[in-house]
Design a protein around this ligand. Structure first.
Ligand code: GDP
Length: 200
């Protein structure tokens, strides 16, 4: 797939405030500073998502209408709140309710920094997604920050640790690596969501 059009809509997550179209949602999640805004701007080829915001400031949920037939949903980053507060408390009830209840969610892109691997809050997210039964696609960000060897080792480690069917994709916005593969994985989440919708 390619992104031909993007329309930005900020929104709250209460059921009444979400976009109403029956389009699939691909949700993008990760800890603050993982490179989420940079990655979204890179996919859009436009600076719509703010980069390098003050840590922990962005609490809005941003819905981006893509190609007039799907949404990319940018959730607030986690991990800057006081130590000891879990993902559930940081994100709050609205995000949990959205992830649990909205049957338009085709999958969640879980961004993880290639240098650090999954943090405890990343593992909380994985557990939450497993409990809800949502599809996930783990993406290692900032791949240019490590050499080939450490990158491959982290892909191997994360695949084993998170029990993924295949190694996670590693992308670099700085070097422009992995954009096509990432779009293909988004497309595949959306395609399987559409075919399961048809079966119902
Ligand atoms: P967010 O908090 O997850 O939205 O993260 P940002 O997109 O604001 O990125 C955090 C920092 O990481 C910024 O300084 C970005 O320039 C930097 N960054 C993001 N992606 C990459 C990348 O692919 N390579 C490198 N080297 N730096 C990156």
């Amino acid at each position: 797939m390619e992104i031909a059009s993007v329309t930005f809509r900020a929104a709250a997550l209460a059921a009444a405030d979400r976009p109403t179209e029956p389009f699939p949602h691909v949700v993008v999640a990760g800890r603050s500073n993982v490179g989420k805004s940079s990655l979204l701007n890179w996919l859009f080829r436009r600076d719509l998502a703010r980069v390098a915001k003050a840590p922990g400031k962005t609490r809005t949920v941003n819905f981006y209408l893509i190609n007039r037939n799907m949404y990319l949903v940018d959730l607030p980053g986690y991990g800057y709140a006081k130590a000891g507060r879990g993902l559930r408390e940081q994100w709050g009830a609205a995000i949990n309710a959205y992830l649990c209840d909205d049957d338009r969610i085709a999958g969640v892109l879980c961004l993880v920094d290639v240098r650090h691997g999954p943090t405890p809050l990343d593992l909380d997210l994985q557990a939450l997604l497993a409990r809800i039964g949502l599809e996930r696609e783990v993406v290692l960000t900032k791949a240019d920050k490590v050499g080939r060897g450490p990158r491959a080792a982290m892909q191997h480690r994360v695949r084993a640790e998170l029990e993924l069917p295949s190694p996670p994709l590693a992308v670099s916005v700085a070097r422009g690596e992995g954009r096509g593969e990432l779009l293909a994985r988004i497309d595949s989440l959306v395609t399987s969501w559409r075919s399961s919708e048809r079966r119902q």
